[in-house]
Design a protein around this ligand. Structure first.
Ligand SMILES: *Cc1c(COP(=O)(O)O)cnc(C)c1O
Length: 400
């Protein structure tokens, strides 16, 4: 079968809920992927930061194969010999004492929301069904009905009502707005340290510290969604480590499996996680031995290969290179580590055509929020590969 036929097959039988670039990939290694015609691309999306460790990392691949032959799924009705070791590693790198494993990012966010609400009723003493959670405009936390209920993207919500109540939306990066939004029924403030899907929006320095302080003063939980910013992407293991904060809840996913399998987790303090009693919450696949073995190894790779440090160094190099490019289209270049956004002027006609041109040149990237091109390669990228990319990006950003 050729590329055209694979595309036709997908279009014939698949739901039309994505608008992918018509590149049909069949193999990946490190920062590179290959299409069915043998053309090689530098992956500058990393599956929205799920393959921070690089495609098909050999060490994780070996663990997948070994564990797949030994034991994959027991359900949480029984214990297994992988889960505790995974917890231990996650606690060690995050500094959060308790773990609840799930599969997709959205499920881990849902888990956080449930914990927050139950904490509000059983610990804070909010009257039943009155708990409020404060979130930010332009957020992205996933696609379930409850999560889209507090999205500010019209398309994410439209047609999917009735929506879940109990959320209050404030501007991102605005601590005074947070202060003003808090009521006696406020249970938590849920926020991304950098808004990824929102267009790589970096808040003012000190924002998380100030927000945490407001939360502490009002007995409000401070909960971070680091599904995209976490696990090395921004140049630290977690983006919140750029500031002196200690969240009550921390949500991780994506690179927690190095891209091999859906693995996510909600991490929390003893007090917050303590609200869950047997039967309160669960997942058939969450915490299965295959996921646990993959998750533990994916974390070991991040630490042993010093990928957060590498992201900091390579991110700086990449960003510097981008800033040197003279282009009539670029409005702003921003980001942290290897989470980089290039915002184009509106006159440039949208980022999509630039992403299509980049794919022609052998670079896979994705427009986010119409006018932003995101560059987020696997963290194993080196200077040579960045130079290779910069030459091509320069050419594309200089087209008419
Ligand atoms: C991707 C993402 C999610 C949702 O993760 P899924 O695995 O797609 O459900 C939630 N929050 C953030 C910040 C994300 O980037």
């Amino acid at each position: 079968m050729n590329a055209h036929q694979f595309i036709e097959l997908e279009n014939q039988y698949g739901a039309n809920n994505y608008h992918p670039l018509d590149v049909v990939l069949t193999r990946g290694e490190g920062v590179w992927v290959w299409d069915v015609d043998g053309k090689k691309y530098l992956d500058c999306l990393s599956a929205y930061s799920a393959v921070n460790q690089g495609h098909c990392h050999p060490r994780i691949a070996n663990v997948v194969a070994e564990q797949a032959r030994r034991l994959t799924l027991t359900s949480r009705a029984f214990r297994n010999d992988q889960l505790g070791l995974f917890y231990q590693k996650l606690v060690e790198i995050s500094g959060m004492p308790k773990v609840l494993p799930m599969n997709s990012g959205a499920e881990a966010v849902e888990t956080a929301l449930k914990a927050i609400r139950k904490w509000a009723y059983t610990v804070k003493g909010v009257p039943e069904d009155q708990a409020e959670i404060i979130v930010c405009a332009n957020n992205f936390h996933g696609r379930t009905i409850t999560i889209i209920s507090f999205s500010t993207e019209e398309q994410y919500r439209r047609g999917f009502g009735p929506l879940t109540p109990g959320f209050k939306i404030i501007p991102f990066g605005d601590v005074d707005a947070l202060k003003a939004a808090i009521t006696p029924n406020t249970a938590a403030f849920l926020v991304e340290p950098i808004q990824g899907e929102g267009g790589i929006i970096v808040p003012p320095a000190g924002y998380l510290e100030a927000a945490e302080k407001v939360c502490r003063e009002n007995n409000v939980l401070f909960v971070l969604d680091e599904i995209q910013t976490g696990l090395g992407r921004t140049g630290k293991m977690f983006a919140h480590q750029y500031e002196n904060v200690k969240p009550d809840g921390l949500i991780v996913g994506k690179a927690l499996s190095g891209g091999f399998y859906p693995v996510s987790a909600f991490l929390a303090t003893e007090e917050l996680m303590g609200v869950f009693k047997p039967g309160d919450h669960g997942s058939t696949f969450g915490g299965n031995p295959l996921a646990a073995a993959i998750g533990r190894t994916a974390l070991e790779v991040l630490v042993e290969e010093k990928l957060p440090e590498r992201a900091a160094e390579m991110g700086e190099y990449f960003m510097e290179g981008l800033r040197k490019i003279k282009s009539p289209h670029v409005k702003e270049i921003r980001g942290k580590g290897l989470l980089i956004g290039v915002e184009l002027k509106h006159e440039a006609g949208g980022a999509r055509r630039f992403c299509e041109a980049l794919a022609q040149e052998g670079i896979l990237s994705k427009e986010t929020h119409e006018h932003v091109i995101r560059f987020a390669p696997p963290l194993v990228i080196g200077k040579e590969e960045i130079d290779w990319a910069l030459a091509r990006i320069e050419k594309v950003l200089q087209m008419d």
